[in-house]
Design a protein around this ligand. Structure first.
Ligand code: CP
Ligand code: NVA
Length: 313
């Protein structure tokens, strides 16, 4: 089972079957269980080196991948985009070819998604999407692991995403959720829509898995009976120029106590973080009893151990 993942890229969950996705999550849970049983280092990637090539800031993705590598017996090198010859015009193709001769895998965070595709095309080692303007698959995998842990199941879980309907994290939640038979409700102004290609894929997969994907503009109606209320920032990295317009559109979509009350007692609150407290979420919700955001952040570490262990040869 494990062998069939070796050497693969993880650019988009579209390329992974529902069984693959389930297996990655089970492996993440297993790494977490073993960590808490005292096995802090499991040397399945002894001596490997992972490069983290980041064009945008990161706290969770960077640190959790670096720690994940160490907990697998590997090491990591952080490469700020602007410090490489890339910044002086060396091509992505040549960068990918060169890095492939030194390291065993690349985690890349890019401003434009095509850069990931280009890196993967020319690298002879796995390239893992550490967030692009389009998607954030490792976040979605960690989130599915967290939901399974908290709710004991994934099929039929009602996840209501409230906020920016064009959000990169949402795009990946739609694909992951479709593969794992969730009931996803997107509550967003109608101008902000998910990536068309990923949504189409998610809807196709949903027909086979029994997942449900719905759009409900009114957030109060959307959250009724939710198992999970999920939000993300209103202004993603790189969208600063349209900040005013997005804040204006999204103001009615703040996740506050009133909205959580409408969701009901079984609703848990999730956020990929970083949070802009006072915008998409209030302190009382993110710090309140329904919030699971720190467990969610922790699980990035365990799921990424699974991803590295499975993909890196
Ligand atoms: N959620 C997430 O990817 O956070 P960072 O931007 O801090 O990596
Ligand atoms: N949508 C956010 C996610 C950050 C992890 C962004 O792209 O800035």
């Amino acid at each position: 089972m494990m062998g069939r993942f070796k050497g693969r890229d993880l650019i988009e969950l579209v390329d992974y079957t529902p069984e693959d996705v389930r297996f990655i999550i089970e492996t993440g849970l297993e790494f977490k269980r073993r960590f808490y049983a005292g096995e802090r280092v499991i040397r399945v990637l002894d001596g490997r080196v992972i490069a983290l090539l980041f064009e945008k800031p990161s706290t969770r993705t960077r640190v959790s991948f670096e720690v994940a590598a160490r907990q697998l017996g590997a090491s990591s090198i952080y490469l700020g985009w602007g410090e490489l010859q890339l910044a002086r015009g060396e091509s992505l193709a040549d960068t990918a070819r060169t890095l492939s001769r030194y390291v065993d895998g690349i985690v890349a965070r890019v401003r434009e998604h095509w850069k990931l595709v280009e890196l993967a095309r020319y690298a002879t080692i796995p390239v893992i999407n550490g967030l692009s303007d389009v998607s954030h698959p490792v976040q979605a995998l960690g989130d599915m692991m967290t939901i399974l842990e908290k709710k004991g199941r994934l099929a039929g879980v009602k996840l209501v995403f409230v906020g920016d309907g064009s959000d990169n994290v949402l795009n990946s939640l739609l694909v992951a959720g479709a593969k794992l038979s969730l009931h996803i409700v997107v509550s967003s102004p109608r101008q902000l829509r998910p990536n068309e290609e990923l949504l189409r894929h998610a809807l196709e997969v949903a027909r086979e898995t029994g997942a449900v994907i719905e759009f409900v503009e009114d957030p109060y109606e959307a959250v009724r009976g939710a198992d999970i209320v999920y939000t993300d920032v209103w202004v993603s990295m790189g969208q600063e120029a349209v900040r005013e317009e997005k804040v204006r559109l999204l103001r009615p979509y703040q996740v506050n106590s009133k909205l959580m009350e409408a969701a009901g007692g079984k609703a848990l609150f999730m956020h990929c973080l970083p949070a802009m407290r006072g915008e998409e979420v209030t302190d009382e919700v993110i710090d309140g009893p329904q919030s699971i955001v720190w467990d969610q952040a922790e699980n990035r570490l365990h799921i990424q151990k699974a991803i590295l262990a499975l993909l890196i040869p």
